[in-house]
Write a protein that binds this ligand. Structure first.
Ligand SMILES: Nc1ncnc2c1ncn2[C@@H]1O[C@H](COP(=O)(O)OP(=O)(O)OP(=O)(O)O)[C@@H](O)[C@H]1O
Length: 273
C-alpha cells in the first residue's frame, strides 16, 4: 500500500458495518457469520476462490439478499433495512458481475437512471442532473458511447457504462462486483485510479477482485473469504502470504514486494483446499 492511501484510511469511519451475517440461498447456507466494515475513504478488496461467497456478501451489503441472521448498520446506528429504497440508493450503489442489459436504452439513459435516487417521486431530472450524468459518463471514460444503445456495446463497454450509472447515483458506498473483469489493461488501471479517487472523495469502496496483484495495489484493505467465512482481513501486506495462497487458493505461489508494490505469481496447484 502506498503511504498516501495509508494516510487516507487512518481513522476512517465505517459507513456500513456487517456483523455476524448468515445468508442461505435456496436453503443452502452460504455465509456463516461474516463481519465486515466498509469505511469512508477506503478501497476494500474482497478476494477468495470461486464460490467462496464474495458476491453473496456484496449483495447482502447492498440489501439485495436478506441475511437470515446478523444485520448491516449504516454509520453504526441505523439498520440498512429500515431505510426506504430511494434513501438506501443514496447510501449503497451496486455494480453487478453480470452487466447484461436486454433493454434498448442509450448509455446516457441508463446512466441517468442513477439520478432517480436523488429525485423525489414526482420531480423530473433537471439541468444539474444532466450535468452529473455527462460528468459521470466522462469520468468512466464512456462519453463517446452516450448515444449508443447499450444492447450494441461490448461487455467491457457495458461494464463501464454501468459504472458511470453508479457514479451518477453517487452513493456513500460503492459495492463493485468484479468491476475490471471484462476490461483491458489500460481500462483496468483507469478503474483502479477511479476507485482510489472515489475513496479520496470520502466514499467507501468495496470491490470483488480476482487479480490478486491488482487487488494488492488497488486496495487499502483486503478481506479473504473461504467457504463463506473470513479467513483474514487487513492490509494487503499482512493478508497476502504464501501460506494464505496455499490454504485458501490451493496454489504454491511467490509473493514479492517490489517498487510497484506486491506481486503474486501462482506457480503450481496444490491439493484443493
Ligand atoms: N441462488 C442460489 N441458490 C443456491 N446456491 C447459490 C445460489 N447463488 C449462489 N449460490 C452458491 O453460493 C456459493 C457462493 O456464491 P457466490 O457467487 O457468492 O461466490 P463468489 O465467491 O462470488 O464466486 P465467484 O468468484 O465464482 O464469482 C456458491 O457455492 C454458489 O454456487
Amino acid at each position: 500500500m502506498n503511504p498516501a492511501s495509508h494516510a487516507r484510511t487512518a481513522g476512517a469511519a465505517p459507513v456500513l458495518t456487517a456483523a455476524g451475517l448468515r445468508v442461505a440461498l435456496g436453503g443452502v447456507p452460504i455465509l456463516h457469520g461474516v463481519d465486515l466494515e466498509a469505511r469512508a475513504g477506503e478501497v476494500h478488496g474482497l478476494i477468495g476462490p470461486n464460490g467462496a461467497g464474495k458476491s453473496t456478501l456484496l449483495r447482502a451489503l447492498a440489501h439485495l439478499v436478506r441475511p437470515g441472521e446478523g444485520e448491516i448498520q449504516l454509520d453504526g446506528e441505523v439498520g440498512l433495512s429500515s431505510l426506504r429504497a430511494r434513501e438506501r440508493a443514496t447510501v449503497v450503489g451496486f455494480l453487478p458481475q453480470d452487466t447484461g442489459v436486454d433493454l434498448d436504452f442509450t448509455a446516457r439513459a441508463i446512466v441517468a437512471m442513477g439520478r432517480y435516487a436523488h429525485l423525489s417521486r414526482w420531480s423530473q431530472p433537471g439541468a444539474a442532473d444532466e450535468q452529473i450524468v455527462t460528468a459521470s459518463l466522462e469520468r468512466a471514460g464512456v462519453a463517446h458511447l452516450a448515444e449508443r444503445s447499450v444492447r450494441t456495446l461490448s461487455g467491457g463497454q457495458r461494464q463501464l457504462v454501468m459504472l458511470a450509472k453508479q457514479l451518477a447515483q453517487a452513493p456513500r458506498a460503492y459495492l463493485l462486483d468484479e468491476p475490471v473483469s471484462a476490461l483491458d489493461l489500460a481500462h483496468q488501471l483507469e478503474i483502479v485510479a477511479l476507485m482510489s479517487s472515489l475513496a479520496d472523495d470520502g466514499a467507501a469502496v468495496v470491490a470483488v477482485l480476482h487479480d490478486i496483484t491488482l487487488a494488492a495495489r488497488a486496495c487499502d484493505r483486503l478481506t479473504v473469504l473461504q467457504h463463506g467465512r473470513i479467513y483474514a482481513t487487513g492490509p494487503p501486506d499482512d493478508v497476502l502470504t504464501v501460506t494464505m495462497l496455499a490454504e485458501v487458493y490451493g496454489v504454491r505461489a511467490r509473493v514479492e514486494n517490489g517498487p510497484e508494490g506486491l506481486t503474486v505469481t501462482p506457480l503450481q496447484p496444490l491439493r484443493r483446499p
